[in-house]
Design a binder for this molecule. Structure first.
Ligand code: AMP
Ligand code: ZN
Length: 113
């Protein structure tokens, strides 16, 4: 079985790409849960956050920097936004290639569902 987000990162599958550099891509979530809902995805395949190793420290920091840039570009940085990385089934993870959800443009509730 291929990996959906590897395929998007490799342009083998369409997505509404909003950002790309040598390490990561970002695109619109296909099933948005907020007015802004994008995903930041490393080009390197890492299946869950449990598999993030020391060698990935810079990469993971980069994902947050990309997310910050997108939040600023979309005008939600000052209002507030949520970054989420689900891990494993009980969290709701459905795509086993790590990704940061950027959610914003509405009030977020806590605790999450
Ligand atoms: P998670 O449940 O945390 O693994 O998040 C997976 C996210 O990927 C969900 O919010 C889905 O709506 C989204 N998603 C699934 N397939 C696609 C796709 N082809 N393009 C964009 N987003 C997708
Ligand atoms: Zn992958």
């Amino acid at each position: 079985m291929g990996c959906l987000f590897c395929e998007i990162a490799e342009k083998k599958r369409p997505a509404k790409l909003i950002y790309e550099d040598e390490l990561a891509v970002a695109f619109e979530d296909i099933n948005p849960q907020a007015p802004v809902h994008c995903l930041v995805v490393p080009k390197k395949h890492i299946s869950t956050s449990l598999e993030i190793g020391k060698e990935d420290n810079a990469l993971v920091g980069h994902l947050f920097q990309v997310a910050n840039k997108i939040a600023k570009d979309r005008g939600i940085a000052e209002r507030g936004f949520r970054l989420v990385m689900n891990c494993n089934p009980e969290s709701g993870q459905t795509v086993f290639h790590i990704h940061l959800h950027i959610l914003g443009g509405r009030i977020m509730h806590w605790p999450p569902g």
